[in-house]
Every structure is written in structure tokens, then in C-alpha cells.
Design a protein around this ligand. Structure first.
Ligand code: ADP
Ligand code: MG
Length: 350
């Protein structure tokens, strides 16, 4: 089935977030390979200066000359967050103003992309001290709804599911594998999925925590299994206009993607991903869909995976997409960072 897209309606914002060095990277004799120039530009694998220069208040020393030539690649993105940014900063510069579009009728989706350990879950879920952008975005949604209740009535349901090995599992109810069905009116629906009604963003916190416990493996483990699953959080909003009783349905999707290291192993060289035996199907399909959308190609292969089927109406058509590419700062994750930057760079060309 060919999907025709009005490209003028498609918008994707590509954001890069650099996490701080971890203990190991500080102890090892690793070098910083990401230089954030300003909030839109970074240099990957910068040339090392003759005289020491200061980066995050740390003097960078010259390196031995046996090292291969530095790439010194400049990348421009819609927004770049350096390692000192908090989740509040990231929220304010990424998803905060999505809510206006959402309530104006655009389906919105937010992806955290990156290798395992790059900071995806920190960005989406966060910690008690620094709550992630999922909570913050929903809190913003409630606060915007509050301002509009005079003219519109809102009904909210949330779901939280996991896609692991192309199996869809509800993280909020104990159920077996769920199936995707085409529904004439609502597009693709997850059969048997029961959205939970929430009245406040606070109610969401316990749901998110509960859902995460039910993930194939706890997401904070640097664990093989959890790094291969996508956690898909969705808010379904039914808006009733009090004046004419018109009903509108919109959806917000926030996805903590599987680790991209397996996808990058084949090299996302820009044309098409090659599918290998051990490669995450949904992550590859997402890359291909976004690449085709970016290139203005009419055929978008939504049907190639569970994730892209599920998000068909949130990627193509009337939608807003935010991609947050998470990277590490250190030479220890050089290849992952390089691949993620290239992936993110391809995604922004819409
Ligand atoms: P991923 O979900 O991409 O595998 P995580 O979000 O679990 O990665 O991050 C890996 C580790 O790095 C975690 O211990 C996390 O707390 C830490 N971390 C990631 N990003 C940040 C950040 N911006 N600030 C502080 N710690 C971070
Ligand atoms: Mg994670």
C-alpha cells in the first residue's frame, strides 16, 4: 500500500543531547570527542589544539601524533544540549511547545535514539531528583488543558507498551502478546489494549514506574535484553468542542527506543539499512521511514515493523516529530556517537 504524504505537513525536529562523562571515561585515558560549539553546532572528533584549550573548564592536552587524523566534522541540529543540561532544560527546549500543536490537532511523537548507555532512559524517565521529559510533557499538557476547559472538553487515556522481538506487550496490564489491527476509523490500533484514564500528571509517575518494572528487563540495567526493546508511552486525547460538539482525537507518543548499536553495526550509510540476522527490525524500519520522509519519497515503508505500523499516523501526515539523539562525550564510544550523529543528520533533512 502506498502512503501519500503531504510533505508540507510533516515536521521533524532533531535534537542532540550529550551526556556527561561517566566514572570509567574519567578514569581511563579517554579523550573528549564531542565539542559543543553553541546550542546548534557541534564538532565531532575535533582537531587537537597545539596550546591547551579549555573545554568545560578542563584543560585539553595535545595528543600523541601516532593517533589517526581527527575527523573534525561539523554538525548542525535544531538544538544541542551539552552535558550540563538538566531534564528541565531539555524539556523546555524540545517538547514543551509540542503541546500547543497537539491540542491544535497534530499527532506528536518523541523518540529517544542512541546506543545503550547514551542517556535515552535518563532523558525520557529521568530520576526522582530530575524527572524526565515524559512526565514533564504530560504535566505541561494538563496545564494547557486547564486553560482551555471553558470551550473544550478533554478525555485522556494513557498506555505503555513494549515492543521486544517484534512482540507487543502491555506494560500496565498483565496480558499476553498483543496484535496490531487496521481499523477503518482509527487507523492502526492495538487489539485488547486498554488505555488507563488519568486526571493528573502525578498519577502518571506511578504508572510509569509500574510499567518499567514490567519491562523485559529493568531499563536502568545496562542489560542486553532491555536494550533491545522499545518502550512506547502514548496519551490518547479526545477533544470535544463545547460549542458545536465536534470531536477530535489526537495522540502523543513518547518512545524510549532500543539501543542503536546493533543497527549501526551494519553501518547506516545513508541509503538503506541492511537487515542482518540480529538486527532490531523496528529500529531499522524507523530509520528507513524517517529517511524516506526526509527525502520526500512518497512510499513510506510503515508496514515493515511493529513500531512503524503502530506509529504510522504519528510519523506521516498531520504530525510533529521530535528526535532526541543521545550521545556520549568520550572516545570510548566513538563509533556509537559517530553513527548516531549521522543517523540524526539524515533525519533532519525534511
Ligand atoms: P540508555 O537508556 O540510553 O541505555 P541511560 O539513560 O540508562 O542510557 O544512561 C546510562 C547511564 O548514564 C545511567 O547511569 C544514567 O543515569 C547516566 N546518564 C545518562 N545521561 C545522563 C545525564 N544527562 N546526566 C547525568 N547522568 C546521565
Ligand atoms: Mg535505557
Amino acid at each position: 500500500i502506498m502512503s501519500t504524504q503531504d510533505t508540507s505537513e510533516i515536521s521533524i525536529k532533531v535534537i542532540v543531547r550529550v551526556r556527561p562523562h561517566n566514572e570509567r571515561e574519567l578514569q581511563d585515558n579517554s579523550r573528549t570527542v564531542v565539542e559543543v560549539v553553541d546550542d546548534k553546532m557541534l564538532i565531532f572528533d575535533p582537531k587537537e589544539h597545539e596550546t591547551p584549550f579549555f573545554f568545560h573548564n578542563v584543560a585539553q592536552k595535545g595528543r600523541d601524533m601516532l593517533k589517526k587524523q581527527n575527523k573534525q566534522l561539523q554538525f548542525i541540529f535544531d538544538r544541542i544540549f551539552s552535558s550540563t543540561a538538566t531534564n528541565t532544560n531539555v524539556f523546555e527546549g524540545s517538547t514543551k511547545n509540542l503541546i500547543t500543536s497537539l491540542l491544535d490537532g497534530y499527532n506528536c511523537s518523541v523518540f529517544a535514539y542512541g546506543a545503550t548507555g547514551a542517556g535515552k532512559t535518563h532523558t525520557m524517565l529521568g530520576t526522582k531528583e530530575d524527572l524526565g521529559i515524559t512526565y514533564r510533557t504530560v504535566a505541561e499538557l494538563f496545564s494547557e488543558i486547564e486553560k482551555q476547559t471553558k470551550h473544550r472538553e478533554f478525555h485522556l487515556g494513557v498506555s505503555y507498551l513494549e515492543i521486544y522481538n517484534e512482540n507487543v506487550q502491555d506494560l500496565l496490564h498483565k496480558s499476553g502478546q498483543l496484535h496490531l489491527r487496521e481499523d477503518g476509523r482509527c487507523g492502526v490500533v492495538v487489539a485488547g489494549l486498554e488505555p488507563i484514564t488519568i486526571q493528573s500528571a502525578e498519577e502518571l509517575l506511578s504508572l510509569l514506574a509500574e510499567g518499567n518494572k514490567n519491562r523485559t528487563q529493568h531499563p536502568t540495567d545496562a542489560n542486553k535484553e532491555s536494550s533491545r526493546s522499545h518502550a512506547v508511552f502514548q496519551v490518547y486525547i479526545k477533544i470535544i468542542n463545547k460549542l458545536d460538539s465536534q470531536v477530535q482525537r489526537v495522540k502523543l507518543s513518547m518512545i524510549d527506543l532500543a539501543g542503536s548499536e546493533r543497527a549501526s553495526a551494519t553501518g547506516c550509510k545513508g541509503i538503506r539499512f541492511k537487515e542482518g540476522a540480529n538486527i532490531n527490525k523496528s529500529l531499522l524500519a524507523l530509520g528507513n521511514c524517517i529517511n524516506n520522509l526526509a527525502d520526500g519519497i512518497k512510499h513510506i515503508p510503515f508496514r515493515d515493523s511493529k513500531l512503524t505500523r503502530l506509529l504510522k499516523d504519528s510519523l506521516g501526515g498531520n504530525c510533529r516529530t521530535v528526535m532526541i539523539a543521545n550521545i556520549g562525550p568520550s572516545s570510548l564510544t566513538y563509533e556509537d556517537t559517530y553513527n548516531t550523529l549521522r543517523y540524526a543528520n539524515r533525519a533532519k533533512k525534511i
